[in-house]
Design a protein around this ligand. Sequence first.
Ligand SMILES: Nc1ncnc2c1ncn2[C@@H]1O[C@H](COP(=O)(O)OP(=O)(O)OP(=O)(O)O)[C@@H](O)[C@H]1O
Ligand SMILES: [Mg+2]
Length: 491
Amino acid sequence: MNIFTSNLFVRLLVSYLVTVLLGLGVSGLFMSFFTKEFIYETKQEELLRKAKQVNGALQDSNRIDEGKLSLLSFLDRSFEARIWVFNNNGEIIATSMKDEVFIGKSIHPSIVDKVKNGKDVIQELNSSTFEGLDKPMLSVVVPWGKQDELYGGIVLHAPIEGITEAFSNMRETILWATLFGILLSTVMVSYLSWSISRPLKKIERTAAEIGMGNYDRRVEIESTAEIGDLAQTINTLAEKLEAGEKERRRLDQIRNDFFANISHELRTPLTAMQGFLEALQDGLIEDEDARQRYYQAMYQETMHLNRMVNDLMDLIKLENHDLVLSRVPVDVEALLQKVAWMFQQEAKQKKSRIMVQVPSSLPRVYGDRDRVFQIIQNLVKNAVKFTEEGQVTLSAEEDGKYIKIMVRDTGIGISEDDLTRIWERFFKVDRVRTKKNDGTGLGLSIVKQLVELHDGKIEVQSEPGVGTVFTVWLPQINKLDNSKTDKAINF
Ligand SMILES: Nc1ncnc2c1ncn2[C@@H]1O[C@H](COP(=O)(O)OP(=O)(O)OP(=O)(O)O)[C@@H](O)[C@H]1O
Ligand SMILES: [Mg+2]
Protein backbone atom coordinates (compact mmCIF):
# COMPACT_ATOMS: atom_id res chain seq x y z
CA MET A 1 0.00 0.00 0.00
CA ASN A 2 1.37 3.37 -0.97
CA ILE A 3 1.02 5.66 2.02
CA PHE A 4 0.68 8.80 -0.11
CA THR A 5 -2.33 7.51 -2.00
CA SER A 6 -4.03 5.71 0.84
CA ASN A 7 -6.79 7.36 2.78
CA LEU A 8 -6.48 10.28 5.14
CA PHE A 9 -6.68 8.12 8.24
CA VAL A 10 -3.72 5.89 7.35
CA ARG A 11 -1.64 8.88 6.31
CA LEU A 12 -2.36 10.79 9.48
CA LEU A 13 -1.76 7.75 11.66
CA VAL A 14 1.55 6.83 10.04
CA SER A 15 2.89 10.37 10.19
CA TYR A 16 1.82 10.76 13.79
CA LEU A 17 3.43 7.48 14.80
CA VAL A 18 6.66 8.35 13.03
CA THR A 19 6.71 11.73 14.77
CA VAL A 20 5.98 10.25 18.18
CA LEU A 21 8.57 7.48 17.85
CA LEU A 22 11.23 9.80 16.47
CA GLY A 23 10.53 12.46 19.07
CA LEU A 24 10.50 10.14 22.02
CA GLY A 25 13.46 8.10 20.70
CA VAL A 26 15.66 11.11 20.14
CA SER A 27 14.73 12.80 23.38
CA GLY A 28 15.20 9.53 25.29
CA LEU A 29 18.63 9.03 23.77
CA PHE A 30 19.71 12.56 24.58
CA MET A 31 18.27 12.33 28.03
CA SER A 32 19.98 9.08 28.97
CA PHE A 33 23.30 10.22 27.51
CA PHE A 34 23.42 13.60 29.17
CA THR A 35 21.96 12.42 32.44
CA LYS A 36 24.53 9.65 32.63
CA GLU A 37 27.32 12.12 32.04
CA PHE A 38 25.85 14.52 34.53
CA ILE A 39 25.29 11.97 37.26
CA TYR A 40 28.77 10.51 36.77
CA GLU A 41 30.43 13.88 36.88
CA THR A 42 28.60 15.09 39.96
CA LYS A 43 29.32 11.84 41.69
CA GLN A 44 33.00 12.06 40.79
CA GLU A 45 33.33 15.64 41.94
CA GLU A 46 31.62 14.79 45.16
CA LEU A 47 33.91 11.85 45.74
CA LEU A 48 36.94 13.98 44.96
CA ARG A 49 35.86 16.59 47.45
CA LYS A 50 35.29 13.97 50.11
CA ALA A 51 38.65 12.33 49.37
CA LYS A 52 40.36 15.68 49.98
CA GLN A 53 38.52 15.97 53.24
CA VAL A 54 39.73 12.48 54.20
CA ASN A 55 43.29 13.57 53.34
CA GLY A 56 42.81 16.62 55.54
CA ALA A 57 42.02 14.30 58.43
CA LEU A 58 44.97 11.99 57.76
CA GLN A 59 47.73 14.29 56.49
CA ASP A 60 49.39 15.12 59.84
CA SER A 61 51.42 11.85 59.81
CA ASN A 62 52.12 8.78 57.69
CA ARG A 63 50.93 6.44 60.41
CA ILE A 64 47.38 5.11 60.66
CA ASP A 65 46.63 4.35 64.30
CA GLU A 66 43.46 3.08 65.99
CA GLY A 67 42.08 6.57 66.38
CA LYS A 68 42.48 7.25 62.68
CA LEU A 69 40.93 3.87 61.78
CA SER A 70 37.78 4.68 63.74
CA LEU A 71 37.78 8.11 62.09
CA LEU A 72 37.94 6.37 58.71
CA SER A 73 35.04 4.11 59.56
CA PHE A 74 33.05 7.15 60.70
CA LEU A 75 33.83 8.96 57.45
CA ASP A 76 32.87 5.82 55.49
CA ARG A 77 29.42 5.87 57.01
CA SER A 78 28.87 9.57 56.71
CA PHE A 79 30.23 9.79 53.12
CA GLU A 80 28.70 6.48 52.09
CA ALA A 81 31.96 5.57 50.35
CA ARG A 82 34.65 2.99 50.96
CA ILE A 83 38.06 4.45 51.84
CA TRP A 84 41.43 2.83 51.24
CA VAL A 85 44.77 4.23 52.15
CA PHE A 86 47.90 3.04 50.36
CA ASN A 87 51.60 3.88 50.84
CA ASN A 88 54.16 5.00 48.31
CA ASN A 89 54.70 1.38 47.21
CA GLY A 90 51.05 1.04 46.28
CA GLU A 91 50.27 -1.31 49.14
CA ILE A 92 46.93 -0.81 50.86
CA ILE A 93 47.69 -0.19 54.51
CA ALA A 94 44.27 0.69 55.85
CA THR A 95 40.59 0.44 54.88
CA SER A 96 37.52 2.04 56.33
CA MET A 97 35.73 -1.25 56.88
CA LYS A 98 37.31 -3.63 59.34
CA ASP A 99 36.24 -6.79 57.58
CA GLU A 100 37.64 -5.70 54.21
CA VAL A 101 40.05 -8.16 52.71
CA PHE A 102 42.06 -5.73 50.63
CA ILE A 103 44.80 -4.96 53.15
CA GLY A 104 48.20 -5.81 51.68
CA LYS A 105 46.91 -5.84 48.13
CA SER A 106 48.46 -3.34 45.78
CA ILE A 107 47.21 -0.54 43.62
CA HIS A 108 48.05 -0.46 39.91
CA PRO A 109 51.46 1.17 39.45
CA SER A 110 50.21 3.65 36.83
CA ILE A 111 47.85 5.08 39.42
CA VAL A 112 50.53 5.14 42.12
CA ASP A 113 52.82 7.05 39.74
CA LYS A 114 50.24 9.70 39.06
CA VAL A 115 49.47 10.17 42.73
CA LYS A 116 53.16 10.45 43.57
CA ASN A 117 53.25 13.36 41.13
CA GLY A 118 50.50 15.03 43.16
CA LYS A 119 47.69 14.37 40.62
CA ASP A 120 44.11 13.28 41.27
CA VAL A 121 42.89 10.20 39.44
CA ILE A 122 39.36 9.44 38.49
CA GLN A 123 38.67 5.94 37.32
CA GLU A 124 36.12 3.25 37.11
CA LEU A 125 37.60 0.32 39.00
CA ASN A 126 36.71 -3.18 38.05
CA SER A 127 38.28 -6.60 38.29
CA SER A 128 40.71 -5.83 35.47
CA THR A 129 42.16 -2.70 37.09
CA PHE A 130 41.90 -4.02 40.63
CA GLU A 131 41.91 -7.73 41.25
CA GLY A 132 39.44 -9.10 43.76
CA LEU A 133 36.82 -6.43 43.11
CA ASP A 134 33.61 -8.17 42.14
CA LYS A 135 31.42 -5.16 41.50
CA PRO A 136 32.37 -2.20 39.26
CA MET A 137 33.05 0.92 41.31
CA LEU A 138 33.36 4.59 40.58
CA SER A 139 36.60 5.64 42.25
CA VAL A 140 38.81 8.63 42.85
CA VAL A 141 42.37 8.62 44.04
CA VAL A 142 44.04 11.63 45.67
CA PRO A 143 47.56 12.02 47.03
CA TRP A 144 47.92 11.37 50.79
CA GLY A 145 50.05 13.79 52.70
CA LYS A 146 51.12 17.39 52.57
CA GLN A 147 52.26 19.32 49.57
CA ASP A 148 55.96 18.82 50.19
CA GLU A 149 55.68 15.40 51.77
CA LEU A 150 53.56 12.59 50.25
CA TYR A 151 52.96 9.31 52.08
CA GLY A 152 50.94 7.57 49.38
CA GLY A 153 47.35 7.86 48.23
CA ILE A 154 43.74 7.76 49.38
CA VAL A 155 41.11 5.88 47.36
CA LEU A 156 37.42 6.65 47.71
CA HIS A 157 34.90 4.60 45.85
CA ALA A 158 31.21 4.13 45.61
CA PRO A 159 29.41 1.34 43.79
CA ILE A 160 28.20 2.16 40.27
CA GLU A 161 25.23 -0.16 40.78
CA GLY A 162 22.95 2.58 42.07
CA ILE A 163 23.69 4.76 39.05
CA THR A 164 23.09 2.04 36.47
CA GLU A 165 19.88 1.10 38.19
CA ALA A 166 18.69 4.66 37.78
CA PHE A 167 19.50 4.39 34.09
CA SER A 168 17.56 1.23 33.50
CA ASN A 169 14.64 2.78 35.37
CA MET A 170 14.84 5.74 33.07
CA ARG A 171 14.97 3.57 29.97
CA GLU A 172 11.93 1.72 31.14
CA THR A 173 10.11 4.97 31.72
CA ILE A 174 10.99 6.10 28.20
CA LEU A 175 9.73 2.82 26.80
CA TRP A 176 6.46 3.16 28.63
CA ALA A 177 6.14 6.78 27.57
CA THR A 178 6.70 5.71 23.97
CA LEU A 179 4.06 2.99 24.20
CA PHE A 180 1.67 5.42 25.84
CA GLY A 181 2.48 8.01 23.15
CA ILE A 182 1.71 5.49 20.42
CA LEU A 183 -1.57 4.59 22.06
CA LEU A 184 -2.49 8.22 22.65
CA SER A 185 -1.59 9.27 19.14
CA THR A 186 -3.57 6.40 17.67
CA VAL A 187 -6.61 7.50 19.61
CA MET A 188 -6.00 11.14 18.75
CA VAL A 189 -5.42 10.45 15.08
CA SER A 190 -8.49 8.28 14.93
CA TYR A 191 -10.55 11.08 16.39
CA LEU A 192 -8.87 13.76 14.27
CA SER A 193 -9.22 11.77 11.08
CA TRP A 194 -12.81 11.00 11.90
CA SER A 195 -13.57 14.63 12.64
CA ILE A 196 -11.94 15.74 9.39
CA SER A 197 -13.12 12.99 7.10
CA ARG A 198 -16.70 12.89 8.31
CA PRO A 199 -17.58 16.46 7.23
CA LEU A 200 -15.54 15.97 4.06
CA LYS A 201 -17.53 12.84 3.29
CA LYS A 202 -20.71 14.78 3.90
CA ILE A 203 -19.57 17.57 1.62
CA GLU A 204 -18.56 15.08 -1.04
CA ARG A 205 -21.94 13.36 -0.92
CA THR A 206 -23.82 16.65 -1.15
CA ALA A 207 -21.56 17.89 -3.95
CA ALA A 208 -22.24 14.68 -5.86
CA GLU A 209 -25.97 15.20 -5.46
CA ILE A 210 -25.65 18.80 -6.60
CA GLY A 211 -23.66 17.50 -9.54
CA MET A 212 -26.57 15.25 -10.42
CA GLY A 213 -28.80 18.31 -10.68
CA ASN A 214 -30.32 18.47 -7.20
CA TYR A 215 -29.49 22.15 -6.87
CA ASP A 216 -31.60 22.60 -3.76
CA ARG A 217 -29.23 20.43 -1.67
CA ARG A 218 -27.03 22.22 0.92
CA VAL A 219 -24.16 21.14 3.15
CA GLU A 220 -25.03 21.48 6.82
CA ILE A 221 -21.92 21.42 8.99
CA GLU A 222 -20.56 23.53 11.75
CA SER A 223 -16.92 22.61 11.55
CA THR A 224 -13.39 23.98 11.57
CA ALA A 225 -12.74 27.19 9.66
CA GLU A 226 -11.33 25.58 6.51
CA ILE A 227 -13.92 22.86 6.18
CA GLY A 228 -16.63 25.33 7.09
CA ASP A 229 -15.35 27.60 4.31
CA LEU A 230 -15.39 24.71 1.86
CA ALA A 231 -18.95 23.89 2.82
CA GLN A 232 -19.89 27.56 2.47
CA THR A 233 -18.26 27.69 -0.96
CA ILE A 234 -20.17 24.62 -2.09
CA ASN A 235 -23.40 26.07 -0.77
CA THR A 236 -22.78 29.32 -2.61
CA LEU A 237 -22.03 27.34 -5.75
CA ALA A 238 -25.24 25.37 -5.33
CA GLU A 239 -27.18 28.60 -4.77
CA LYS A 240 -25.77 30.03 -7.99
CA LEU A 241 -26.54 26.84 -9.88
CA GLU A 242 -30.03 26.84 -8.45
CA ALA A 243 -30.57 30.48 -9.39
CA GLY A 244 -29.19 29.78 -12.87
CA GLU A 245 -31.47 26.79 -13.25
CA LYS A 246 -34.49 28.82 -12.13
CA GLU A 247 -33.59 31.59 -14.55
CA ARG A 248 -33.17 29.04 -17.35
CA ARG A 249 -36.58 27.55 -16.59
CA ARG A 250 -38.10 31.01 -16.46
CA LEU A 251 -36.61 31.94 -19.84
CA ASP A 252 -37.74 28.60 -21.25
CA GLN A 253 -41.22 29.34 -19.99
CA ILE A 254 -41.16 32.82 -21.49
CA ARG A 255 -39.99 31.44 -24.82
CA ASN A 256 -42.62 28.71 -24.82
CA ASP A 257 -45.33 31.22 -23.95
CA PHE A 258 -44.02 33.49 -26.66
CA PHE A 259 -44.27 30.80 -29.33
CA ALA A 260 -47.64 29.64 -28.07
CA ASN A 261 -48.90 33.23 -28.28
CA ILE A 262 -47.45 33.78 -31.74
CA SER A 263 -49.07 30.60 -33.03
CA HIS A 264 -52.36 31.58 -31.49
CA GLU A 265 -52.25 35.14 -32.83
CA LEU A 266 -51.31 33.95 -36.32
CA ARG A 267 -54.05 31.34 -36.37
CA THR A 268 -56.86 33.82 -35.76
CA PRO A 269 -56.51 35.86 -38.99
CA LEU A 270 -55.55 32.75 -40.97
CA THR A 271 -58.70 30.92 -39.87
CA ALA A 272 -60.80 33.94 -40.76
CA MET A 273 -59.21 34.17 -44.22
CA GLN A 274 -59.68 30.45 -44.75
CA GLY A 275 -63.43 30.86 -44.05
CA PHE A 276 -63.75 33.78 -46.49
CA LEU A 277 -61.84 31.90 -49.19
CA GLU A 278 -63.93 28.75 -48.83
CA ALA A 279 -67.11 30.78 -49.16
CA LEU A 280 -65.79 32.51 -52.30
CA GLN A 281 -64.52 29.19 -53.71
CA ASP A 282 -67.86 27.44 -53.25
CA GLY A 283 -69.44 30.20 -55.34
CA LEU A 284 -72.02 30.76 -52.64
CA ILE A 285 -71.66 34.50 -52.81
CA GLU A 286 -73.19 35.69 -56.03
CA ASP A 287 -73.80 39.26 -55.03
CA GLU A 288 -70.86 41.37 -56.27
CA ASP A 289 -71.14 43.82 -53.36
CA ALA A 290 -70.93 40.98 -50.86
CA ARG A 291 -67.95 39.54 -52.69
CA GLN A 292 -66.20 42.88 -52.51
CA ARG A 293 -66.85 42.97 -48.75
CA TYR A 294 -65.26 39.53 -48.44
CA TYR A 295 -62.21 40.72 -50.36
CA GLN A 296 -62.07 43.78 -48.16
CA ALA A 297 -62.19 41.67 -45.00
CA MET A 298 -59.47 39.39 -46.31
CA TYR A 299 -57.38 42.40 -47.16
CA GLN A 300 -57.83 43.66 -43.60
CA GLU A 301 -56.66 40.34 -42.24
CA THR A 302 -53.52 40.31 -44.39
CA MET A 303 -52.83 43.88 -43.26
CA HIS A 304 -53.18 42.74 -39.69
CA LEU A 305 -50.85 39.79 -40.30
CA ASN A 306 -48.35 42.10 -41.87
CA ARG A 307 -48.40 44.47 -38.91
CA MET A 308 -48.03 41.60 -36.53
CA VAL A 309 -45.04 40.15 -38.36
CA ASN A 310 -43.42 43.60 -38.36
CA ASP A 311 -44.02 43.94 -34.62
CA LEU A 312 -42.55 40.51 -34.00
CA MET A 313 -39.48 41.37 -36.04
CA ASP A 314 -39.03 44.53 -33.97
CA LEU A 315 -39.41 42.61 -30.73
CA ILE A 316 -36.88 39.99 -31.74
CA LYS A 317 -34.42 42.69 -32.80
CA LEU A 318 -34.93 44.55 -29.50
CA GLU A 319 -34.49 41.34 -27.56
CA ASN A 320 -31.25 40.48 -29.34
CA HIS A 321 -30.00 44.07 -29.06
CA ASP A 322 -29.85 44.11 -32.85
CA LEU A 323 -31.81 47.31 -33.17
CA VAL A 324 -29.50 50.25 -33.76
CA LEU A 325 -30.82 53.78 -33.47
CA SER A 326 -29.68 56.36 -35.99
CA ARG A 327 -30.08 59.42 -33.83
CA VAL A 328 -30.72 62.87 -35.21
CA PRO A 329 -32.46 65.99 -33.90
CA VAL A 330 -36.18 65.20 -34.15
CA ASP A 331 -38.98 67.76 -34.35
CA VAL A 332 -41.61 66.30 -32.01
CA GLU A 333 -44.34 68.73 -32.99
CA ALA A 334 -44.19 67.71 -36.62
CA LEU A 335 -44.49 64.06 -35.63
CA LEU A 336 -47.45 64.75 -33.32
CA GLN A 337 -49.23 66.67 -36.08
CA LYS A 338 -48.61 63.88 -38.57
CA VAL A 339 -49.90 61.17 -36.24
CA ALA A 340 -52.95 63.28 -35.31
CA TRP A 341 -53.70 63.69 -39.00
CA MET A 342 -53.28 59.91 -39.61
CA PHE A 343 -55.83 58.98 -36.96
CA GLN A 344 -58.23 61.84 -37.69
CA GLN A 345 -60.54 59.62 -39.72
CA GLU A 346 -60.66 56.81 -37.19
CA ALA A 347 -61.33 59.23 -34.34
CA LYS A 348 -64.13 60.84 -36.28
CA GLN A 349 -65.79 57.44 -36.75
CA LYS A 350 -65.79 57.09 -32.98
CA LYS A 351 -67.08 60.63 -32.55
CA SER A 352 -63.84 61.62 -30.83
CA ARG A 353 -61.53 64.59 -31.35
CA ILE A 354 -57.78 64.68 -31.57
CA MET A 355 -55.92 67.80 -30.41
CA VAL A 356 -52.26 68.77 -30.46
CA GLN A 357 -50.86 71.22 -27.87
CA VAL A 358 -47.23 72.20 -28.24
CA PRO A 359 -45.57 75.44 -27.08
CA SER A 360 -43.80 77.36 -29.77
CA SER A 361 -40.03 76.88 -30.03
CA LEU A 362 -39.95 73.42 -28.42
CA PRO A 363 -36.39 72.04 -28.37
CA ARG A 364 -35.87 69.01 -30.50
CA VAL A 365 -35.44 65.48 -29.27
CA TYR A 366 -32.24 63.56 -29.89
CA GLY A 367 -33.52 60.28 -31.31
CA ASP A 368 -34.26 57.97 -34.21
CA ARG A 369 -37.02 59.71 -36.19
CA ASP A 370 -38.77 56.51 -37.37
CA ARG A 371 -38.66 54.99 -33.90
CA VAL A 372 -39.93 58.13 -32.15
CA PHE A 373 -42.72 58.19 -34.72
CA GLN A 374 -43.44 54.50 -33.94
CA ILE A 375 -43.64 55.30 -30.20
CA ILE A 376 -46.11 58.16 -30.68
CA GLN A 377 -48.13 56.26 -33.29
CA ASN A 378 -48.57 53.24 -31.02
CA LEU A 379 -49.72 55.37 -28.07
CA VAL A 380 -52.15 57.42 -30.17
CA LYS A 381 -53.49 54.30 -31.84
CA ASN A 382 -54.31 52.86 -28.42
CA ALA A 383 -55.83 56.12 -27.21
CA VAL A 384 -58.12 56.36 -30.24
CA LYS A 385 -58.94 52.64 -30.13
CA PHE A 386 -60.08 52.72 -26.51
CA THR A 387 -61.97 56.03 -26.62
CA GLU A 388 -65.56 56.58 -27.77
CA GLU A 389 -67.09 60.06 -28.09
CA GLY A 390 -64.18 61.55 -26.23
CA GLN A 391 -61.02 63.47 -26.62
CA VAL A 392 -57.44 62.51 -27.38
CA THR A 393 -54.86 65.17 -26.55
CA LEU A 394 -51.27 65.06 -27.75
CA SER A 395 -48.91 67.46 -26.03
CA ALA A 396 -45.20 68.08 -25.56
CA GLU A 397 -43.17 70.36 -23.33
CA GLU A 398 -39.66 70.85 -22.01
CA ASP A 399 -38.85 69.06 -18.74
CA GLY A 400 -35.26 69.50 -17.59
CA LYS A 401 -32.98 67.67 -19.96
CA TYR A 402 -35.98 65.93 -21.48
CA ILE A 403 -38.92 66.61 -23.71
CA LYS A 404 -42.08 65.32 -22.05
CA ILE A 405 -44.61 63.91 -24.51
CA MET A 406 -48.13 63.16 -23.24
CA VAL A 407 -50.88 61.16 -24.91
CA ARG A 408 -54.07 61.72 -22.96
CA ASP A 409 -57.47 60.21 -23.63
CA THR A 410 -60.91 60.21 -22.04
CA GLY A 411 -61.50 56.57 -22.89
CA ILE A 412 -62.30 53.39 -20.96
CA GLY A 413 -59.19 53.52 -18.79
CA ILE A 414 -57.21 50.65 -17.30
CA SER A 415 -57.78 49.03 -13.89
CA GLU A 416 -55.03 49.21 -11.31
CA ASP A 417 -54.28 45.48 -11.54
CA ASP A 418 -53.86 45.60 -15.30
CA LEU A 419 -51.69 48.74 -15.24
CA THR A 420 -48.62 46.78 -14.23
CA ARG A 421 -49.17 44.15 -16.91
CA ILE A 422 -49.81 46.28 -20.00
CA TRP A 423 -46.07 46.30 -20.83
CA GLU A 424 -45.99 42.51 -21.16
CA ARG A 425 -45.88 40.98 -24.60
CA PHE A 426 -49.28 39.81 -25.88
CA PHE A 427 -51.05 41.33 -22.89
CA LYS A 428 -54.53 42.65 -23.62
CA VAL A 429 -57.03 43.66 -20.99
CA ASP A 430 -59.93 41.22 -20.95
CA ARG A 431 -59.36 39.39 -24.26
CA VAL A 432 -62.98 38.22 -24.62
CA ARG A 433 -64.88 41.45 -23.97
CA THR A 434 -62.75 43.75 -26.06
CA LYS A 435 -63.51 41.95 -29.27
CA LYS A 436 -63.27 45.25 -31.07
CA ASN A 437 -59.57 45.37 -30.16
CA ASP A 438 -57.92 43.74 -33.14
CA GLY A 439 -54.45 44.25 -31.64
CA THR A 440 -52.00 41.57 -30.57
CA GLY A 441 -50.82 43.13 -27.33
CA LEU A 442 -47.31 43.80 -28.63
CA GLY A 443 -47.56 47.56 -29.10
CA LEU A 444 -46.76 48.77 -25.58
CA SER A 445 -43.96 46.26 -24.94
CA ILE A 446 -42.25 47.53 -28.09
CA VAL A 447 -42.90 51.14 -27.08
CA LYS A 448 -41.36 50.63 -23.63
CA GLN A 449 -38.23 49.02 -25.01
CA LEU A 450 -37.84 51.69 -27.68
CA VAL A 451 -38.16 54.46 -25.08
CA GLU A 452 -35.54 52.79 -22.90
CA LEU A 453 -33.26 52.35 -25.89
CA HIS A 454 -33.45 56.16 -26.24
CA ASP A 455 -32.37 56.53 -22.57
CA GLY A 456 -35.88 57.76 -21.87
CA LYS A 457 -38.70 56.84 -19.52
CA ILE A 458 -42.37 56.00 -19.87
CA GLU A 459 -45.14 56.14 -17.30
CA VAL A 460 -48.87 55.57 -17.31
CA GLN A 461 -51.73 56.88 -15.21
CA SER A 462 -55.24 55.68 -15.65
CA GLU A 463 -58.65 55.53 -14.10
CA PRO A 464 -61.28 53.17 -15.44
CA GLY A 465 -64.12 55.13 -17.06
CA VAL A 466 -62.24 58.42 -16.88
CA GLY A 467 -59.24 58.05 -19.13
CA THR A 468 -55.58 57.30 -19.51
CA VAL A 469 -52.39 59.36 -19.76
CA PHE A 470 -49.17 57.94 -21.19
CA THR A 471 -46.14 60.15 -20.48
CA VAL A 472 -42.87 59.67 -22.35
CA TRP A 473 -39.63 61.48 -21.56
CA LEU A 474 -37.07 61.56 -24.38
CA PRO A 475 -33.70 63.33 -24.11
CA GLN A 476 -33.67 66.71 -25.83
CA ILE A 477 -30.82 67.62 -28.08
CA ASN A 478 -27.87 68.71 -25.93
CA LYS A 479 -26.88 72.33 -26.60
CA LEU A 480 -23.35 71.67 -25.42
CA ASP A 481 -22.99 68.88 -27.97
CA ASN A 482 -24.38 71.24 -30.64
CA SER A 483 -21.78 73.92 -29.95
CA LYS A 484 -19.10 71.27 -30.10
CA THR A 485 -20.38 70.12 -33.47
CA ASP A 486 -20.45 73.75 -34.68
CA LYS A 487 -16.86 74.26 -33.64
CA ALA A 488 -15.91 71.07 -35.38
CA ILE A 489 -17.52 72.36 -38.55
CA ASN A 490 -15.81 75.77 -38.22
CA PHE A 491 -12.46 74.10 -38.04
N1 LIG B 1 -55.15 54.25 -23.94
C1 LIG B 1 -55.62 53.08 -23.46
N2 LIG B 1 -56.81 53.02 -22.83
C2 LIG B 1 -57.25 51.86 -22.34
N3 LIG B 1 -56.59 50.69 -22.40
C3 LIG B 1 -55.39 50.70 -23.00
C4 LIG B 1 -54.85 51.88 -23.56
N4 LIG B 1 -53.62 51.57 -24.06
C5 LIG B 1 -53.45 50.24 -23.86
N5 LIG B 1 -54.50 49.72 -23.22
C6 LIG B 1 -54.65 48.29 -22.81
O1 LIG B 1 -53.38 47.71 -22.82
C7 LIG B 1 -53.35 46.59 -23.69
C8 LIG B 1 -51.99 46.45 -24.33
O2 LIG B 1 -51.76 47.49 -25.27
P1 LIG B 1 -50.86 47.20 -26.52
O3 LIG B 1 -50.73 48.45 -27.30
O4 LIG B 1 -49.62 46.59 -26.01
O5 LIG B 1 -51.64 46.09 -27.29
P2 LIG B 1 -52.84 46.23 -28.31
O6 LIG B 1 -53.08 47.65 -28.60
O7 LIG B 1 -53.94 45.42 -27.74
O8 LIG B 1 -52.24 45.48 -29.58
P3 LIG B 1 -51.19 46.05 -30.63
O9 LIG B 1 -50.70 47.35 -30.08
O10 LIG B 1 -50.15 45.00 -30.69
O11 LIG B 1 -51.93 46.21 -31.89
C9 LIG B 1 -54.45 46.82 -24.65
O12 LIG B 1 -54.91 45.63 -25.18
C10 LIG B 1 -55.48 47.51 -23.78
O13 LIG B 1 -56.21 46.54 -23.07
MG1 LIG C 1 -51.54 49.00 -29.19
